[in-house]
Design a protein around this ligand. Structure first.
Ligand SMILES: NC(=O)c1ccc[n+]([C@@H]2O[C@H](COP(=O)([O-])OP(=O)(O)OC[C@H]3O[C@@H](n4cnc5c(N)ncnc54)[C@H](OP(=O)(O)O)[C@@H]3O)[C@@H](O)[C@H]2O)c1
Length: 260
């Protein structure tokens, strides 16, 4: 039995994957309209859970700002269950302060393509988490995409900056491509269609290929051709490479500031 705390966008996506894999899932979610079909049990509050409930894992998928008032009610599971948290910015130590110092916690950072099973989640296991508990956490998170692990929790900040925020940067690419098309004379509707299809198609091509992105880029760049001219501008020293490094550094610094 898995206990899911918070069945919103992320929790709901994970729930669907677990049910498809035949897992029994109990859900705590205040909004009865979000109680999913197929739950072994769905209640509005931790106090409504049966005293005998002994889940293998308690998955924390509430908003980080709800953590302080939500987590203490789950401290009673700390002896038997591993906790898997997808709350952004909540450190293992911060969660142990709410769940008990010996709580075994896997801190995970997913991203929004998880909603369609195409996310990537980076995990870090806190003290005392066993190999079997890590394997369980990985199998739970794999239902919404790929899973990677880091040993050092400090790496979750640059992970948050890169893959956590990454989908937003790719959507921004589609926006600026559209604007640039319009600025160069394309009708707005066609520019939007081209930008969207190009970002989506290039992503699918990258996904389908085993080549590194630099090889795929070279494959569409004829020497002396039009793409080469654009790449000269984009890959100029103060342009994209430096800009992206600055953007990821800014997001990493903000993630550190917000950590608690
Ligand atoms: N979305 C992302 O891309 C993303 C990426 C990385 C990490 N995360 C993390 O994933 C977590 C969930 O995000 P989300 O986008 O799925 O948010 P969400 O859609 O708002 O889901 C949170 C759910 O938790 C419920 N909830 C609130 N208080 C609760 C309580 N005391 N007990 C049980 N359930 C409670 C909420 O119910 P009500 O609506 O009734 O309040 C809501 O259904 C966040 O911590 C976020 O940091 C999200």
């Amino acid at each position: 039995m898995i206990l899911l705390v918070g069945c919103g966008k992320m929790g709901g996506a994970m729930f669907a994957g677990w049910r498809a894999a035949g897992r029994d899932v109990a859900v705590v979610e205040p909004d009865a309209a979000h109680h999913p079909a197929g739950a072994a049990l769905a209640v509005a509050d931790a106090a409504d859970l049966p005293r005998t409930l002994a889940p293998e894992a308690v998955v924390l998928a509430v908003k980080p700002q709800e953590a302080a008032k939500t987590l203490p009610a789950y401290a009673r599971f700390a002896e038997r269950s591993v906790f898997v948290s997808i709350m952004a910015g909540k450190s293992v130590g911060g969660m142990q302060a709410l769940l008990g110092g010996s709580a075994r916690i896997v801190r995970a950072m997913p991203n929004t393509p998880a909603a369609i099973g195409r996310g990537i989640t980076v995990c870090c296991a806190g003290q005392g988490v066993s190999a079997a508990e890590k394997a369980l956490a990985e199998s739970l998170l794999k239902t919404v995409g790929q899973v990677a692990w880091v040993e050092d929790e400090a790496l979750i900040d640059p992970v948050t900056a890169l893959s956590g925020g990454g989908p937003a940067y790719v959507f921004l690419l589609a926006e600026v491509l559209e604007q640039a098309g319009i600025a160069n004379g394309l009708p707005a509707e066609l520019a939007a269609q081209l930008a969207r299809a190009t970002v989506a198609g290039a992503g699918a091509l990258l996904d389908a290929s085993s080549e590194p992105p630099a090889t795929l880029r070279r494959n569409v760049t004829s020497p002396g051709g039009t793409t080469a001219e654009a790449l000269k501008v984009l890959m100029d020293a103060p342009a994209w490479p430096a800009l992206m490094t600055r953007a990821i550094a800014a997001a990493t610094a903000r993630s550190r500031e917000l950590a608690g």
